[in-house]
Design a protein around this ligand. Structure first.
Ligand code: COA
Length: 292
């Protein structure tokens, strides 16, 4: 990470910029909201007045996160167990949210699956599984929520990635899945715009303290000085993604739809690869413990 002197773009909380009441009376439905980036996005929405339903597979983790979020924000957070691969489970999750809160204004399609695997070690089922969670999960979430989001003239944010802008090794499954997620959002924005619905994508760059960074970055934790290879001078923080979320859902973004916003400190403009290429590809064990 960059030194203090380099941090000319410090992390801020959205409440220092936006009013704390802008989402009062509104309801957020967030898949993947039990942990990591999506939990941070949910928390910031709640800090600005929204109630929320967080959806995921692990009820114990969801319940603990919902309690924590309710306590830290003073708003209501409902934990709802559902696998985004199941349209039935998602429809039931939406019904529970409507029963509790009566409306859905904002939807974050955030549930995702990822692991590092070279194509030689990735089974057909492994590829399919990530497509099912990320791409079909996003589609299923849109299908289950759209009537309510139309009613409220609400808005979607899909959580994507920057991996697929280039050929990222060991991420063929996720790259394909996220490219499709971007396409879903673009088409949704065009079709639903006349019904009052907006849809945008946030593509997080490298975000510190997340499961993704812990599990997916190079084994050598000292190898990357993010302060040096990121124009904004530091590694990303969950709050950076949360702040972009508050802006895109706010009325200040009313004329922004069908966009893909990389929130990455400018990293994508400089990214080559974290790997020593082609050595790491020729010897995957220098990077991960692959299934060959
Ligand atoms: N390398 C290669 N293949 C892998 C793998 C890895 N590291 N991890 C999973 N797979 C394959 C499995 O072998 C299986 O394929 P197979 O039946 O041909 O063997 C397929 O993917 C499905 O795996 P499974 O664990 O049965 O599916 P699941 O639905 O329980 O979970 C994930 C899928 C992606 C969610 C799981 O890998 C996971 O829990 N990942 C960590 C959580 C996560 O992804 N968080 C997001 C961080 S950004």
């Amino acid at each position: 990470m960059g030194t203090k002197e380099q941090q000319i773009h410090p992390v801020v909380d959205s409440t220092a910029v936006f009013k704390e009441t802008i989402f009062a009376g509104k309801v957020l439905f967030c898949t993947g909201g039990g942990s990591g980036i999506c939990k941070g996005m949910t928390e910031s929405m709640m800090r600005h007045g929204a109630n929320a339903a967080i959806v995921g597979r692990k009820l114990d983790r969801l319940t603990a996160s919902a309690e924590e979020l309710s306590k830290s924000t003073g708003k209501l957070c409902l934990p709802v167990q559902a696998d985004v691969r199941s349209p039935e489970q998602l429809r039931a999750a939406v019904a529970k949210t409507i029963e509790k809160f009566g409306r859905i204004d904002f939807v974050i399609c955030g549930a995702a699956g990822n692991f590092l695997a070279p194509i030689s070690g990735l089974s057909e089922n492994g590829f399919k599984t990530v497509i099912e969670i990320d791409t079909l999960g996003t589609y299923n979430t849109v299908k289950a929520t759209l009537p309510h989001v139309r009613n409220s003239r609400g808005s979607y944010i899909m959580v994507s990635a920057t991996l697929h802008y280039r050929g990222t090794p060991y991420q063929i499954h996720v790259s394909a899945a996220k490219a499709a997620v971007d396409a879903i959002s673009n088409a949704l924005a065009v079709e639903e715009g006349p019904h009052g619905v907006r849809s945008n994508v946030i593509a997080p760059g490298p975000i510190g303290g997340t499961e993704g960074m812990d599990r997916l970055s190079t084994k050598d934790k000292t190898a990357t000085d993010w302060g040096l290879i990121t124009p904004a001078g530091r590694l990303g923080d969950i709050r950076d993604i949360a702040n972009a979320t508050v802006f895109l859902f706010s009325d200040a973004a009313n004329w922004i739809t069908g966009q893909i916003l990389a929130v990455d400190g400018g990293n994508e403009h400089l990214r080559t690869t974290q790997l020593s290429y082609p050595q790491a590809v020729l010897n995957p064990e220098s990077f991960i413990k692959p299934r060959l």
